[in-house]
Design a protein around this ligand. Structure first.
Ligand SMILES: CC(C)(COP(=O)(O)OP(=O)(O)OC[C@H]1O[C@@H](n2cnc3c(N)ncnc32)[C@H](O)[C@@H]1OP(=O)(O)O)[C@@H](O)C(=O)NCCC(=O)NCCS
Length: 161
């Protein structure tokens, strides 16, 4: 599938993850899961779900990643969105989310959600804050087996596509 966006330049670009990206994604995961920004995922889980992952590269180096995971034929979630600290604050996270939004539309999803500690970042990309029980597919299908289920402090954000 060719789902490049026009903003890609020779220096930066978003593409589907490949097996060679697993260690870079794992390093981002190790860093940001330890800081509590994202839920931890093992290398095994990343490998298993690699088709969901996109990476953003700068000068041929992985600068960040994000995953687009479908729950139902109409609802998908952005997960594991991370930009390396030395690349942050320069628009890469926003571009990656724009790409995930376009990819979700291209795959026919009607709603795109995230659980996040940075709702304002998502608001800038057209998401709205919603109560978690507006997303029963996620809460009762996936969250129920999460270690944070009874004390989840993340904010649910949703965008209609
Ligand atoms: C959140 C994160 C992905 C943002 O990536 P980034 O490349 O630094 O963000 P960008 O430079 O693309 O910022 C895009 C816009 O969002 C804003 N923004 C960035 N981080 C923000 C934050 N933490 N809170 C609110 N707004 C934020 C920027 O000011 C910018 O606004 P503008 O378009 O009006 O100029 C990145 O900081 C990160 O990886 N954080 C740690 C992991 C994490 O929290 N992931 C989210 C899990 S859902």
């Amino acid at each position: 599938m060719n789902d490049s966006i026009p903003e890609n330049t020779p220096q930066t670009g978003v593409r589907h993850a490949i097996p060679g990206d697993v260690s870079a994604i794992g390093a981002l995961m190790e860093r940001y899961a330890a800081l509590g920004n994202v839920l931890p995922r093992t290398l095994h889980d990343i490998r298993h779900k690699l088709d969901d992952f996109y990476v953003i590269e700068e000068h041929s180096q992985v600068a960040g990643c994000g995953a687009l995971e479908g729950f139902t034929p109409e609802l998908a979630e952005i997960r594991s969105l991370m930009i390396a600290e030395d690349h942050a604050g320069r628009g890469l996270g926003g571009r990656l989310v724009d790409h995930l939004i376009a990819a979700a539309r291209g795959r026919g999803f009607k709603r795109l959600m995230a659980l996040t500690y940075v709702p304002d970042f998502f608001r800038r990309r057209g998401f709205e804050v919603v109560p978690k029980d507006a997303l029963p597919e996620k809460v009762w299908g996936i969250c129920v087996s999460c270690y944070k289920f009874n004390h989840c402090d993340e904010t649910a954000v949703l965008k209609h596509l």
